[in-house]
Design a protein around this ligand. Structure first.
Ligand SMILES: C[S@@+](CC[C@H](N)C(=O)[O-])C[C@H]1O[C@@H](n2cnc3c(N)ncnc32)[C@H](O)[C@@H]1O
Length: 270
């Protein structure tokens, strides 16, 4: 397993190309945002036809992100967040959720999509007590992320590393696990990993990924629940463990669990 993965994987970082459907924009379309082009809507709709629960899955994932940040800033007392694979700004971005709980929270956002970079100003609206920063960087270059994030985050204090819906973009398990390890090695005891990703547990989601990989960039690789759970090796899983995004500490009064193919979890570095 390589210790220092570089951007030599299967994909170049995306360019701003309105003719090629891209993950951040399709995701924004499913979440009900307005930052997408016709090609993104076209692929988004094709996938919706094959996998009608995709919108529910996307929204459940985003709702998990919000509950996770609330938990981390609240009960877990974390004040620093490294949110890699931020996505286009939406309602309840990480800094807004964290700073509502603890205004002094410091957040570094990281994404490699040029449209996310173009909209990054909306992510930089910190409270005066806290801080936010945006890095145009690639998950496959964790050294650079850690080096530049250190301008905003104190790596001597706990950090919540967030990998929400991004590890599926790294095909190779060894490379993905090596990146997670590098990031978690850089943060002290009492830090957390929070992640979710899609599983290969239904025929519909497998078909959805096939359609995605035919035209959208970057490709997305589904994993089995066991492969996703292994990202938490060496960490103490926060209850209720690795579960569907709807089942992770749901809001009281939320409806019965629906068909959700995304798994999530939060692990604490001992
Ligand atoms: C499915 S979206 C998830 C957005 C957000 N985390 C959420 O949960 O709503 C995945 C994001 O990861 C970004 N991404 C994909 N591969 C990346 C990479 N290698 N480095 C940095 N960002 C990447 C995409 O640009 C996109 O914004």
């Amino acid at each position: 397993m390589a210790d220092r993965p570089s951007i030599t994987g299967d994909e170049e970082p995306p360019e701003l190309n309105p003719g090629v459907p891209q993950t951040a924009r399709i995701w924004n379309y499913w979440l009900g945002g307005k930052d997408h082009f016709p090609v993104d809507r076209q692929v988004g709709d094709q996938i919706l036809e094959a996998f009608p629960a995709i919108v529910e899955n996307a929204r459940a994932s985003r709702a998990f992100l919000v509950r996770a940040v609330r938990y981390l800033a609240g009960e877990a007392g974390v004040r620093q967040f490294l949110d890699i694979g931020t996505g286009l700004p939406t309602a309840n971005n990480t800094h807004q959720v964290a700073q509502r709980v603890a205004p002094e929270s410091r957040i570094v956002y990281v994404d490699n999509d040029p449209l996310v970079l173009a909209h990054a100003r909306a992510l930089l609206t910190s409270t005066p007590e806290g801080a936010t920063a945006y890095l145009d960087a690639d998950l496959r270059d964790p050294e650079r992320i850690l080096q530049e994030a250190a301008r905003t985050l104190d790596f001597g204090q706990p950090v919540a590393v967030m990998l929400m819906g991004i590890l599926g973009h790294i095909e190779d398990d060894d490379q993905a696990r090596s990146i997670v390890k590098r990031l978690m090695d850089a943060v002290p005891s009492g830090s957390y990993l929070a992640m979710y990703d899609s599983t290969d547990t239904s025929e519909e989601v497998v078909e959805a990924a096939r359609i995605w990989n035919q035209s959208a960039k970057p490709p997305y690789h589904l994993r089995s629940p066991e492969r996703i759970a292994r990202f938490f090796d060496g960490l103490e899983l926060v209850e209720p463990g690795v579960v569907s995004t709807l089942e992770w500490r749901p809001e009281p009064g939320s409806g019965p669990p629906a068909e959700i193919d995304s798994l999530c979890g939060i692990g604490r570095k001992p």
